[in-house]
Design a protein around this ligand. Structure first.
Ligand code: ADE
Length: 225
């Protein structure tokens, strides 16, 4: 998979890609990530990429020209499966979207800043708008990092144990059951007997029951879906 990230603050987002699972995915060539700065696509001598909104109002708007030129250059070189804009008013990110995106070959992620990007970019180029939740960040970079992490970790071959990704919360529409590791008794705090029983069908049944119970208590909205 190739991911091209368009951002005016590349340093804000580089570190998550140089650690842990994503770092390994990059080293194994399962994912390639490239950064593009709209400031490199403007003829403005001050490298200005934002301007006042037509019609007035607070905040600045990211200008159409630098972003358009950047996207045009990318799409002239290869076919992209999705051109994604990170925005608080996008579609709320769900595991099902991450699963779908993890099968794609080429993605562009556009990070907004200030009040956002000129609407014509959204109308003309963007194929998917993604929000990571009902709150506003100061820019799309952290949201892009969240989206990339959630996609890359489930690309086949990235996680050592593929069944691990399938047992995540949300993969079956439920929250994950409790997990434990050694010791089985820590100062009287004990691991449930069933997990030590070696009886796999009983363990599966216990985990399913716990998943349901936790989902019912914490996220009953998931059961409605
Ligand atoms: N940019 C600012 N806030 C955001 C959010 N909640 N999700 C995605 N992009 C954003």
């Amino acid at each position: 998979m190739r991911i091209d990230i368009i951002t005016i603050f590349p340093d804000l987002i580089k570190s998550p890609f140089n650690n842990s699972i994503i770092k390994r995915a990059k080293e194994s060539n399962l994912v390639k990530i490239y950064f593009h700065n709209p400031r490199d696509y403007t003829n403005n001598k001050y490298k200005q990429v934002d301007d006042y909104p037509y019609g007035g109002g607070a905040g600045m708007v990211m200008m159409i020209e630098p972003i358009s030129k950047c996207i045009e250059k990318l799409i002239s070189k290869r076919q992209y499966d999705e051109i994604i804009y990170l925005s608080p008013d996008g579609n709320k990110l769900k595991q099902s979207t991450c699963n779908k995106l993890s099968t794609k070959k080429n993605l562009i992620l556009l990070c907004g800043h200030y009040k956002g990007v000129d609407q014509r970019i959204r109308d003309h180029y963007i194929t998917l708008e993604v929000s990571i939740g009902d709150f506003v960040l100061s820019g799309g970079e952290l949201a892009a990092a969240v989206l990339c992490d959630s996609i890359i970790r489930i690309i086949p071959g990235v996680l050592g144990d593929q069944s691990s990704a399938l047992s995540d919360s949300f993969q079956d529409g439920l929250l994950a059951p409790p997990i434990y590791t050694r010791p089985s008794d820590y100062n009287g705090l004990k691991v449930p007997d069933v997990l030590l029983s070696g009886n796999t069908s009983k363990i599966d049944q216990w985990r399913e029951e716990k998943s349901l119970e936790i989902t019912r208590n914490t996220r009953p909205d998931l059961l409605k879906d």
